[in-house]
Design a protein around this ligand. Structure first.
Ligand code: DAH
Length: 353
C-alpha cells in the first residue's frame, strides 16, 4: 500500500509541476490564435491531464480522490490563467487594430490641400457637358421611387422575372413593397415621357441602389446616367452613333467598344455596351473577370409598351434609351483596379484626381 501512496505523491507533484509549466506556456503565447491552438494540448483531450484522468480508475479509492482533487484544481488554475491571458491578448489586438485604422492626416494638413469634387462627381459633370453639347437637357428624378416608375411602367409587370434580377431595397411605408430605393435611373425616362413634351433629348445622372455584395466591379450604391431620345424617325443607328460619340469624348479614340445583343424589358431590340478593359488592355485580369471587356451599361430602342404606358403615340414617335454606370466609367477612365477605392475616402487615393 505504501508503495502506491509513494507513487501518488510523485504524481501529485508532477501535476503541480505541470500546472506551473502550463501557466508559463499560456503566458508565452503571442496571439489569441496561438492561445486557442495550444489549448487541446494543454488541458484538452491530447494533454497529459487527460491521460492522468484516464489512469484514475486504476488507483485505490483514497489515491483516486487525492489525485482527482489535484487534477481538478490544476485544471481550474490553468483555465483561470487562460481566461486572463485571453482577455489581455484581445485587448492588445484591439488596440493594435485601432492604431492601424487611425488615418494619418498630417500630410494633407501640411500640404494644405484644398478640397475638391469627388472623382465620380467630376466624371458626372463631364458627361453632362458632353450631352449638353449635343443638345440634351439634364434631368433629375427621386431616389425613392414607386414600383410603378421603377418597374411596372418600364414593362416589368409584377412577378416579371426581370424584377428579381435587381434585388431591391424596399422602404417600409406601410404598403407592402410599394416604395423602394430606385435600382436604376430608368424611372426618370417615365417621368420625362409623362410630361408629354416631345421631341425629347435628355440625360439623367444619379444614384441607384441594389442589394449587391461589393466586389472589384460592383457597389451596392452606385451612379448611373440614363439617356432618352424620342423623336420622329429615330433609329438604332442614331443610338450607336450617340454612344460612339460619348465614348470617344470620355476615352479618346483609342479604346475598343462593342454592342452585344441583350434583353431589357423596356427596350427592343436591346444591347449591352462594353469597352476594352483599360486595366489589362483586353488581356484579361481580376478587374474584368478575365474577359478583357467591361460592361458599362445597356441600351436599346424604347419598347412601344413604355411609350404607351406614358401616353405617347408609338405610331408617331420612336426613340432610344441607354443607362451606364458612372463609377465604372470613372474606374475605366482612370485605370482604377477596384471600384471600392471610390468609396473608401482614402485621401491618398482622392487627391490623385
Ligand atoms: N436600367 C438598366 C440597368 O440598370 C440599364 C439600361 C438598359 C438602361 C437599357 C436603358 C436601356 O435605358 O435602354 O441594368
Amino acid at each position: 500500500m505504501s508503495g502506491v501512496s509513494g507513487e501518488s505523491t510523485t504524481l501529485i507533484e508532477r501535476i503541480a509541476i505541470y500546472g506551473r509549466d502550463a501557466a508559463g506556456a499560456v503566458a508565452g503565447v503571442a496571439s489569441l490564435l496561438e492561445l486557442e491552438e495550444s489549448l487541446p494540448g494543454l488541458t484538452g483531450k491530447r494533454s497529459p491531464l487527460a491521460s492522468w484522468k484516464r489512469e484514475l480508475a486504476a488507483l485505490a479509492p483514497d489515491e483516486r480522490r487525492e489525485v482527482g482533487l489535484a487534477l481538478n484544481a490544476v485544471v481550474r488554475e490553468i483555465d483561470a490563467f487562460v481566461e486572463r491571458r485571453r482577455a489581455d491578448l484581445a485587448a492588445a489586438e484591439r488596440r493594435e487594430r485601432v492604431a492601424l485604422d487611425r488615418l494619418d492626416l498630417s500630410e494633407v494638413l501640411e500640404r494644405r490641400l484644398p478640397g475638391h469634387l469627388h472623382l465620380v462627381t467630376q466624371v458626372r459633370e463631364e458627361l453632362e457637358d458632353v450631352f449638353a453639347g449635343m443638345g440634351y437637357e439634364i434631368a433629375d428624378g427621386p431616389e425613392a421611387e414607386t414600383e410603378w416608375y421603377n418597374f411596372t411602367a418600364l414593362n416589368m409587370p409584377r412577378d416579371h422575372a426581370a424584377r428579381s434580377n435587381q434585388d431591391s431595397f424596399y422602404l417600409a411605408t406601410g404598403d407592402h413593397e410599394s416604395h423602394l430605393l430606385r435600382t436604376q435611373t430608368s424611372p426618370v425616362q417615365i417621368r420625362l415621357l409623362e410630361r408629354g413634351v416631345l421631341p425629347l433629348y435628355a440625360v439623367a445622372p444619379g444614384r441607384v441602389y441594389r442589394r449587391d455584395t461589393s466586389d472589384a466591379r460592383h457597389l451596392p450604391v452606385f451612379h448611373q446616367i440614363e439617356g432618352i431620345v424620342v423623336d420622329r424617325g429615330v433609329t438604332f443607328g442614331d443610338l450607336a452613333g450617340t454612344i460612339g460619340t460619348f465614348v470617344a469624348a470620355i476615352f479618346g479614340s483609342g479604346i475598343g467598344s462593342r454592342l452585344r445583343p441583350a434583353y431589357f424589358p423596356f427596350t427592343e431590340p436591346s444591347a449591352e455596351f462594353e469597352i476594352t478593359c483599360t486595366i489589362c488592355r483586353g488581356e484579361g485580369c481580376r478587374t474584368c473577370g478575365q474577359t478583357g471587356w467591361i460592361e458599362l451599361g445597356g441600351c436599346g430602342m424604347i419598347h412601344p409598351a413604355v411609350l404607351e404606358a406614358t401616353g405617347v403615340d408609338a405610331e408617331q414617335w420612336t426613340g432610344f434609351a441607354f443607362g451606364f454606370g458612372i463609377d465604372r466609367l470613372a474606374m475605366m477612365r482612370h485605370e482604377i483596379e477596384d471600384i471600392r477605392s471610390l468609396i473608401e475616402n482614402d485621401v491618398r487615393f482622392l487627391t490623385q484626381f
